[in-house]
Design a protein around this ligand. Sequence first.
Ligand code: SF4
Length: 441
Amino acid sequence: MNVHDSQWLGQSLEGLGWEQGAESDAGVLVLNTCSVREKPEQKVYSHLGRLRDAWLRNPDLVVAVGGCVAQQVGEAFFARFPYVRLVFGPDGLPMVPGALARLMREPGLRLSLLDFSEAFPERAPAHPEHGVQRQAYVTIMQGCDNFCAYCIVPLTRGRQRSRSRETILAECRELIDRGAQEITLLGQNVNSYGLDATDKDTGQGDPGFPALLDAVASLPGLRRLRFTTSHPKDLSLETIAAFGTHDTLCPHLHLPMQSGSNAVLRAMGRKYTLEHYLDLVMNLRRVRPEIALTTDLIVGFPGETEKDFAATLEAMRMVTFASSFSFVYSDRPGTRAATMEGKLDKAVKAERLKVLQDLQTELSEDWLRRRVGRHCEVLVEGESKRSARGLPSWRGRDEFGQTVNFSVPSGPAQDLIGKIVPVRIQEAKKHSLWGCVEVVG
Ligand code: SF4
């Protein structure tokens, strides 16, 4: 979501005549921040500290801090860093282009945009002239009502607010008209899309995520559709069935498991059991046997025993995740887990993380090896740094979300960026695949 927010802001400012440049010669710097773990939050402070020298050389430098750390720390940034002139939370983003323009006109002014809006914070369309987006993100909701024990998101991004169906569909249609091949629907918990919305005239609830997914997947001209993030407690059988009925829906799902221990899942407040999670996996593989499943895992949650940790490893083996994001637990201010007893030693958490990541490496390498000899469709993102026998080579992502580098054996040089190209996989590398184009359309 932060990548998408940053893209929108960059394109909106370009639309107003601003230019993106290197940090070393920028007049305005915007840091879009994440506070989901402690480490990225610390990075914000060290980055801001390093900007002091740049500000001493150029006292006109304007620094804006946005995103979840800004929402959490707020105007306290002003006291600590004299060159921070704007702080904005996720709901304040639509007003940032206007606020930056005002700061340029009024030296000495400082602004904060930290209020939560009641409805989805709709933004003006970004400037369409700045490049075709072949892979586009479309936000469908903001915030979250789940309050998982470890998570700061409901405090920094606010409660769930769904965006109107009509607006989402209109944005998707416009992106497709402008050349988008792939759309990813974004939200903290897309599966509960619409549950917060009731039609004012009829008093009826929104038909929810499966209906939205069906409508987007059926849009003419769309080649690929993805969505993230899914909460296992809200992933419905109807949504799973969509993987069997819509070819546009890519065979990849990111489904955060967090832990394979029911005791830890309960303490986390995740509201599902491992058995429920495995049932979802079974149903997904029934409708799309080849689906790639990826996940998030937290290691060393307060009270996690060796037995709990072993259950997580066992669950990873059962599901055979293609890849995972894994982190050691860190306290986030204001969350329930921050006050829990049973905090684990740093060394124990680090050791468990290593064991878990070694296992994931084995599972990922196995997943990549099983792809060798298979056909896939790669949406090309750019030229590849890898090359085979001096042939032109390209890189992109296949329908499973996997990075694939491939060569084009012969024929006239062509620009393949943004095209979907059939590729035969020849070799599994450590984190990617290598292949050869079959036919260039
Ligand atoms: S569902 Fe996701 S975003 Fe919401 S509180 Fe839980 S972990 Fe955080």
